[in-house]
Structure formats: C-alpha cells, structure tokens
Design a protein around this ligand. Structure first.
Ligand SMILES: [Zn+2]
Length: 419
C-alpha cells in the first residue's frame, strides 16, 4: 500500500509554487559544484556549525580548487549532512550526477560531472524529466522576462512597498514613464506598474519579513506623504543613486495601497512568513499572525502564505481554517524541516480542507536543489497519506486524490494555471 501511494506520487506532474532560479538557463553563473551548492541554504548550516564567513566567502569564490575547498568545509559539511538542506544536496548528487556520497574521494568527480551540465539542456533534464514540474512560479525581483517553458513570474513588489534607494525610484520612473515629484506621482506610477505586471501574470510576491515586521498597521495618507516628502527632499541631485531609510508608516500605507490595487484586479499575493534565510534576522517579524488584520480587511483578496509559517505553522493553520482567503504554501518547508512538515501536514489533513494546501515549492537559486527538494516533498507527502490509510481515515485511491490536489490541482486553481 505504502509503495503504491509513493509510486503514484512519484509519477505525478506537479506545480512548483516558488523558485528563484535564473530566469533563463543561459543566465546560470558558471562556478564549481561547491560554489553553486553553497549559494544559499546548506551554507547556513555550515556557518551555524561554526564555519567562518571568510571561509564561506573563499569556498564560494573561484580561486581555490574543489579539493582545497573541501579541506575548509569538510568538518562542517559532515556535521550538517543530515539536515533537510544536506539531504536535498545529497539526493541531487546521487540522482543527477550518479555520485552516491559526497566526500573527499568523490568531490572532484562530482565537480567534473557538474561542469558537464553546462553543455546540455540542464533545466529540461532537471525540472521536466527528473522532477516532472509542469511550471514553477518564479520570484526574480525586478526582472520582467523569463523562459515561459519553465516559469510564470510572481512579481516581487517589495521595492514598491519599501523603497530603499533613489535608484529604485528612478527604475519605476523609467518603467512607467511617470516622473515622480510628489507622493501622488509615486502612487500613480505604482498603479501603472501593477497594471503592466498584471498583463503578464496575476501573481505578486511580498518578502518584506526580511526587512521589517509584517504588522502593516493602517496609516493616514498625510502621514505617509510627509515621510515620502522627507525622502524626496533629501535627494542629492549630484548623486541620484543613493540609499535612504523608508519610514515604517510610509511602507504601511504603500502595502495597503498595493493590496488594494491587487484586490481590484483579482490578483493573488504570495507572502513570506516564518524562518528567514541567512545567519541572522528578527524571526518574530515574520510571524504570520501579524497578518491577521490584513486577512480580515481584504476578505476577497487571496493570500498564499509561505513556508508553512515555520516555526509558527500551528497559528498559520488556524488562520487558514478561519479565513477562506488564506491558503497555505509548503514551499521551502520540506527541506527546512522535513519532520515538522510531515507532522503539520498530518495535523492539517484532519484540520483544514485539503483544497487549501499547496504542497510544494522548491525555493532554490540553483536548479539541482529543486530536484532534491521535490524528492523529499513527494516522500514526505506519501508517508503522511499512507499513515492515514493505515488508520482507516481514507482509502488508497482517496490518498492519491489528495496528493494530486495538493501537488497540482490546488495551485493550478489558485494561480489560474491551465492544464
Ligand atoms: Zn523564496
């Protein structure tokens, strides 16, 4: 029975709700395998295990050989290899490159095979053939073109809501043709930009929990305008690219303004909640319960809430149950904590309608990681569903139906992806 469910899930074509991959395969940045595998995620485990930032910079660079790099990372790699990130990389090495274990003896051969991936259609091989991904929602801040064979853009609107440099503002001016002198000019430019984004994809992404709290308290326009005028007034006209600190009141106002525009157009907003990538941030800024008021205020706007809100997954589950406009997205989660993902999915299947759960998003900056992640996600989901069958909650065919819902049908419906 268990293998029947796993085999079915492994055969499924799936929708990937979130990636950061280069928008075209030609834009992959050539590196060696260690440099690429440590762009993010597993690198955090190595630093957490005690590796220095200088050491990490060195192994990400191009000066050392892979063997010299291995000398620097070996003890941290060994200590971290069983984490979700470590598992995903090991699976990629095994199933994409035929290397059973990444270690001192295999790292050079792994690298040789990895470098060959630049001579083939590697996106096709990994995303389509090996991972059976129909399409992935892509978050590439500010990029307006992407390979439609693999991606649909989820437009990141962070810099509209929380601008931090005059460069960003002049980017909006260029893109919209609206010269921004006043706050109303800025709001008009935002509207024009949202319209143009909408014509290419109806999905928006907000990752502001990396920079500020998700408590978007309502702010009067006059207060926001004052903050905006202060920024514009500080513009140094001989150096127009400089950065500035955006006041929280201005950002709060802009969040509501953008959500209002998105709501009118029937767009869906993906929001980062929970654990932040990297070695240091304010975790509580990302608590999904901070969005409670937003969910109440915009009942006809659909929100896809990321990363199971980990470690606040219970609270997110409750809001998903309470609000019909709140959807749970398990992107990143199966590698952040494979066990927590299984436990909470086990709870959610008896707590919320399964039509509210989007079961997988790779959330990788390099393509090989996506393979490892979807492998773990499929295995996790199969395990949880199999246990429910054993308990007698539903049949094998119902388990398969639920698997297909959370890995394909639900995201297809929410994001308007045609079969
Ligand atoms: Zn992401």
């Amino acid at each position: 029975m268990k293998t029947e469910i796993l085999d079915y899930i492994n055969s499924l074509e799936i929708i990937d709700t979130h990636e950061h991959l280069p928008a075209f395969e030609e834009r992959r940045q050539p590196n060696d395998v260690i440099g690429e595998f440590l762009i993010h995620y597993f690198s955090v485990d190595l630093v957490s295990a005690g590796m220095s930032q200088t050491g990490l910079d060195k192994v990400r660079g191009e000066e050392l050989s892979v063997l010299e790099k291995w000398d620097l990372i070996e003890r941290y790699w060994q200590a971290s290899r069983f984490t979700g990130y470590g598992q995903a990389i090991a699976l990629a090495a095994r199933d994409i490159y035929g290397i059973d274990e990444i270690n001192r003896n295999s790292i050079e051969e792994l690298n040789r095979r990895y470098l060959e991936s630049y001579n083939e259609q590697h996106y096709h091989k990994v995303l389509k053939e090996k991972s059976k991904i129909k399409v992935a929602l892509l978050d590439r801040s500010g990029e307006r073109e992407w390979d439609k064979n693999y991606f649909i853009m989820s437009h990141n609107i962070g810099s509209l809501i929380y601008p931090s440099s005059f460069n960003e503002i002049s980017g909006i001016e260029k893109e919209t043709g609206i010269v921004i002198y006043t706050f109303d000019d800025y709001l008009r430019a935002c509207e024009k930009l949202i319209d143009s984004l909408y014509s290419t994809s109806k999905i928006l992404k907000c990752a502001l929990a990396y920079q500020r709290s998700l408590d978007f308290t309502r702010t009067e326009k006059t207060v926001a305008e004052k903050c905006f005028n202060k920024i514009i007034g500080s513009k140094n006209h001989s150096n127009t690219s400089g950065g500035f600190a955006c006041d929280i009141e201005l950002s709060n106002y802009l969040f509501h303004y953008i959500v209002g525009l998105a709501r009118e157009r029937g767009m869906v907003m993906q929001i980062h909640t929970g654990i932040q990538e990297g070695n240091g941030n304010i975790l509580s800024n990302s608590h999904p319960a901070l969005l409670n008021r937003i969910f109440l205020d915009y009942p006809d706007m659909k929100f896809d809430i990321f990363h199971i809100g980990y470690p606040y997954q219970s609270e997110l589950g409750v809001m998903c149950k309470m609000f019909k406009n709140v959807y749970i997205d398990m992107c990143w989660a199966h590698i952040v904590s494979p066990v927590a993902s299984r436990h909470i999915l086990d709870e959610w299947l008896e707590f919320i309608p399964y039509s509210k759960i989007n079961g997988f998003g790779g959330d990788y900056c390099f393509v090989d990681g996506v393979y490892g992640h979807q492998y773990i996600a499929r295995r996790n989901i199969a395990e949880v569903l199999s246990e429910k069958v054993v308990c007698g909650l539903f049949s094998v065919s119902e388990a398969c139906e639920i698997a297909k819902a959370i890995l394909f049908d639900n995201p297809a419906r929410l994001f308007g992806i045609e079969d």
